[in-house]
Design a protein around this ligand. Sequence first.
Ligand code: PLP
Length: 428
Amino acid sequence: MARYSELSRQELETLRTELTERYEQFKRRGLKLDMSRGKPSSDQLDLANGLFDVVNSKTSCLSADGTDCRNYGDFTGIPDCKVIFCEMLGVAPEELFICGNSSLTMMYDAIGKMVLHGVRPGAEPWWKTPERKFLCPVPGYDRHFAITQRYNFEMIPVEMDENGPDMDVVERLAASDPTIKGIWCVPKYSNPNGVTYSDETVRRLARMKTAASDFMIMWDNAYAVHDLHPEERQQILNILEECKAAGDPDRVMMFASTSKISHAGAGVAAFACSTAVMENMKNLLTIQTISFDKVNMLRHARYFKNLDGVLAHMEKLAAELRPKFQTVLDAFNNELAGKGIAEWIEPKGGYFISLNVLDGCAKKVVQMCKDAGVVLTSAGATYPYGKDPRDRNIRVAPSYPTISELRQAVELLCLCVELAGVEKLLEQ
Ligand code: PLP
C-alpha cells in the first residue's frame, strides 16, 4: 500500500473523485448513529440485572455489620460493599469512602473542597492562589478538563506516551511552579487512548518534587477492571502505597465506580486516600449528607460479593465488547493502515479507541461524519478548552452501537479520514 504522501497530484485527484462519490452515496443512506459517548450497550446492562433480585421486599436489608440499609448510618459505606472497592483499589477500609452513584460527582466535589477549604492537612484553600494551574495529560477525559476549567484553573496539557504522561515534563513543571496544584490521571486503559501507566510512571508521580506542598494527584481509576483480554490483564502499581513509601501519603485521591461494571449512572462510586485526607473529607462531607444510598451498596455487595465476583462479571462484559473493538480495529487496519494518514493504539481494555488523523483534519472528519449521519465525540474534546493544537485526535466509542451499526459507522469514518487526508495533501 502506497503512502498517500508519495502519490502524484494526478493520483490524489483521482482518489479524491472516487472517495467523494462514495461519500455522497453514504449521505444518501440516511444513517442516524451516535457514537459520541462511551455508554454500555443495553446487552451489557442486562447482564447485571440480577442486581434487582438480591434486595427486594422479601429479602433482608441488613448489611454485614447489621446496619439497616434503608436507614441512616454507616456514613463511609457498608463494610460488605467496601470489600469490593478495597480489593479493587488495594486500600484499607478506613482509607475508603463509598458515596453515591457517580465518581465524577465526587471528583467535582473534591476539587471544589480543595478550592474552598483545602483538603490536605494544613493546606490553604486554593482560592487563595488566583493564578492556579492543573496538569492535564492529553489526550484525556473531557469532563476532567471541564471540572478544572469550571474552577478557574489554567490547564497545562502534557503529552501522553505509551507509559503515561511525559514524566520529564510533569516533573519539571511540578517542581518549578507552586501554583501548579495537581494532575489528572486515568492510570489504567486511559480515556481515550487506552494507555496503562508503567510502574516507573507511577513511582515518579509519587516521588517527584512538587513546588506546591498541597499538590494533588487526581487518580481516576475508572477502568480498573475493564480488561478486554482478561488473560492479558494489565496491572498498575498502587499509587497510595507508593506515595506512603515516598513519605507523602496525602498526595493522592483515588476514584472508581461501578458505572461500567453494573449500571451506568446507577452504580456505586468510591474514593480512597490517606487517613489524614479522609478525616478532612469526612468532616466536610458530614455537613453535606447524613448518608449515601446504602440500599444500592447492598445490592452491589450481594450481587458481586468481592473482587473475584466483579472480575467474573467483567469477563462477560469483555465478551460483549471485544467484537465491537475488533470491528473498529479491523476497519482501521484494512482501510487506513500503511497509507500514512492515520495512527491508533490497539487498547487492551477500557472503553475507547483513540485515532490520530493528519494534522488539521480531525474537526473536518467529525463534521463530515455528522453530515452523513454519524455523531462522534467532538474533535478537540480530548484536550483542555476543547482545543487540540494539532486538530488531529478523534475519540471512538465502540461500546453502544450494534456490530452492524458499528460497521457502517466505522466504514464512513475511514472514508472521511481518507477524503480529508487526500484533500489536505492536495492543498500542500
Ligand atoms: N472517569 C472516566 C475516565 C470516565 O471515562 C467516565 C465515564 O466515561 C467517568 C469517570 C464517569 O464515571 P461515573 O459514572 O462514575 O461518574
